[in-house]
Design a protein around this ligand. Structure first.
Ligand code: ATR
Length: 270
């Protein structure tokens, strides 16, 4: 029987997950069907349960249901607990497993595709919302010399840093806490700058050979332009993370890790 998977969200028409997972399945010759499911805002749980009843094996979860997915899961992975959100559900005889693959997708993209080692590096993260929460634990596991999280609302950054203090060297501050210092990797994780708004005015320098990474998508985002003015020779958007998180979901479901590069190329052309 063809295995069934899906991405669930609202809205969902924009999701690239069906394209990604269909391409992964082709790499392995796996027989599976991956669909996009629109759930009404108050119907997440019943939509998931009916997908399971119909033989569904796994789901990706996108806005606005990532917190509800965490509540629905019987078991959460450590990184899903740290993220407080779930983007991957796996259904089997043991029940519903909730995981979060965003951070691994980002770290894999930075280290494996872009070839920038994070160990011993100075990392600046701009923003302290849901996107930041999803990536911090895997970032700390890569053993940077320090992670500074700056945010417009400093209390949110402080709460994240306190929750993860036992996991590695992490500090928090307001947007001006970056203090004009040099960072090897600067990650932009705010929603400012979407729809052509400006990126937050943060005073940092990108070290020689450093990387500026926007979690948003776009050929040349406001943050990427800002980072070049601050010395970044290399600026990238979040498409590689998108493919990376999908690949890690696929691995959780099917036990094999897809090759992200050809799929990323295909996505850039789409
Ligand atoms: P997401 O899930 O995309 O992270 P979120 O949880 O609403 O969404 O977080 C949005 C992030 O963008 C927050 O860090 C937010 O800063 P505040 O915590 O101070 O609200 C940040 N953000 C949004 N608009 C911003 C702006 N105009 N300037 C600076 N930061 C902004």
């Amino acid at each position: 029987m063809t295995d069934r998977y899906a991405v669930i969200g609202n809205p969902i028409a924009q999701s690239r997950s069906p394209l990604l997972h269909t391409a992964f399945a082709r790499q392995f010759g796996h027989d599976l069907r991956y669909e996009a499911i629109l759930a009404a805002p108050d119907a997440f749980r019943e939509t998931v349960l009916s997908f399971i009843a119909a033989g569904g094996r796994g789901m990706n979860v996108t806005a606005p249901f990532k917190l509800e997915a965490a509540a629905l899961a019987d078991t959460l992975t450590e990184r899903a607990r740290a993220a407080g959100a779930v983007n991957t559900l796996k259904f089997d005889s043991e029940g519903i497993l909730g995981d979060n693959t965003d951070g691994v997708g980002l770290v894999g993209d930075i280290q494996d595709r872009l070839g920038v080692r994070l160990a011993g590096r100075r990392v600046l993260v701009i923003g302290a919302g849901g996107a930041t929460r999803g990536i911090l634990l895997p970032l700390l596991r890569a053993q940077p010399s320090g992670v500074l999280v700056v945010n417009r609302t400093v209390a949110r950054a402080q709460a994240l840093a306190e929750a993860l203090a036992a996991q590695g060297p992490i500090l928090a501050g307001p947007l001006d806490a970056a203090g004009g210092r040099e960072y090897d990797v600067v990650i932009h994780a705010t929603s400012a700058g979407l729809n052509d708004g400006a990126a937050p005015a943060v005073d940092y320098r990108v070290a020689a050979g450093g990387l500026a990474y926007d979690l948003a998508y776009g050929e040349d985002t406001p943050f990427m332009r800002q980072a070049r003015e601050r010395g970044a020779a290399r600026t990238v958007d979040g498409l590689g993370m998108l493919v990376g998180q999908a690949a890690e979901s696929y691995r959780i479901w099917r036990g094999v890790l897809p090759d992200v590069r050809p799929v990323l190329e295909q996505l850039k052309l789409a």
